[in-house]
Design a protein around this ligand. Structure first.
Ligand SMILES: NC(=O)c1ccc[n+]([C@@H]2O[C@H](COP(=O)([O-])OP(=O)(O)OC[C@H]3O[C@@H](n4cnc5c(N)ncnc54)[C@H](O)[C@@H]3O)[C@@H](O)[C@H]2O)c1
Length: 254
């Protein structure tokens, strides 16, 4: 499949995890990939690997996000896909009883304000082009509550989901699709390290997953490739769950 031949894709947080897997997948389908990441080493390595371009970007900075999309258009002529994916999940964001205002604000800035900024500065280019596809990374925690709370993270992802729905509706007749990707827990280095140290924490979560395992980053990348491509031409304003069945489950198989 070469669904992204001649298309220009911007991926925030493309230096690691889901963003990196998606960069690889979309490049393999012909995309010119622009990696935007605050981690210059990882971002540059990812861009080199997929023969793309690296633009050092802190997604919480309005001027840097504006420059990211302008630079992309100046250099490659268009921005066909924006995968607004950078996000954090720091340990100081925990129960509402212990999470301080600074930790709350930091997560809101990186996870939610960043998506507002990326959409704000990608959409005018897409309006000029008369087409475009935006995929914003939310999470399964935007639709399910957890007793193992990360209160600001959950609230930020709920915000991403609602904002995405509204943008999808607002720009539906202008050729711009806007969808929210809601991954279940993904097998990333961070998660592996956490659960290797504490198998009980892993078991507590896995019992809720009908498939009995976490997702691989490549499985999330495959869903992004679909959503971003013309194969999803009638899909917009959606909450696209890629969660191994968690959100549909009451009792899971033994
Ligand atoms: N891993 C999971 O289980 C999971 C589940 C659901 C949703 N998500 C979401 O998926 C997205 C990607 O997560 P991941 O697991 O691949 O994480 P990751 O930590 O592997 O990658 C995130 C990338 O974002 C970059 N980043 C962080 N802050 C930034 C900033 N201010 N500006 C620019 N780049 C920044 C990091 O440098 C890193 O390269 C996040 O939004 C996360 O909330 C992850």
């Amino acid at each position: 499949m070469q669904r992204f031949e001649g298309r220009v894709v911007v991926i925030t947080g493309g230096g690691s995890g889901i963003g990196l897997a998606t960069a690889r997948r979309l490049a393999s389908e012909g995309a010119k990939v622009v990696i935007a990441d605050v981690d210059e080493g990882a971002g540059k390595a990812a861009a080199d690997e997929v023969e793309g371009e690296f633009v050092a970007t802190d997604v919480t900075s309005e001027s840097q996000v504006e420059a990211l999309f302008q630079t992309t258009v100046d250099r490659f002529g268009s921005v066909d896909v924006a995968f607004n994916n950078a996000g954090i999940s720091p340990p100081e964001d925990d129960s509402i009883l212990t999470t301080g205002l600074e930790a709350w604000k930091k997560v809101q800035e990186v996870n939610l304000t960043s998506v507002y900024l990326c959409c704000k500065y990608a959409i005018p280019h897409m309006l000029r082009q008369g087409k475009g596809s935006i995929v914003n990374t939310a999470s399964f925690v935007a639709v399910l509550g957890a007793a193992t709370s990360q209160i600001s993270y959950t609230a930020s992802k709920g915000g991403v989901l609602s904002m995405t729905r509204e943008l999808g509706v607002q720009f539906a007749r202008e050729g711009i699709r806007v969808n929210a990707l809601c991954p279940g827990p993904v097998n990333t280095p961070l998660l592996r390290e956490l659960f290797a140290k504490d198998p009980e924490r892993a078991a507590r979560r896995l019992v809720h997953v009908p498939m009995g395992r976490f997702a691989e980053p490549t499985e999330i990348a495959a869903a992004v490739a679909f959503l971003a491509s013309d194969d999803a031409s009638f899909i917009t304003a959606s909450q696209f769950l890629v969660d191994g069945g968690i959100s549909g489950a009451y009792v899971t198989p033994l």
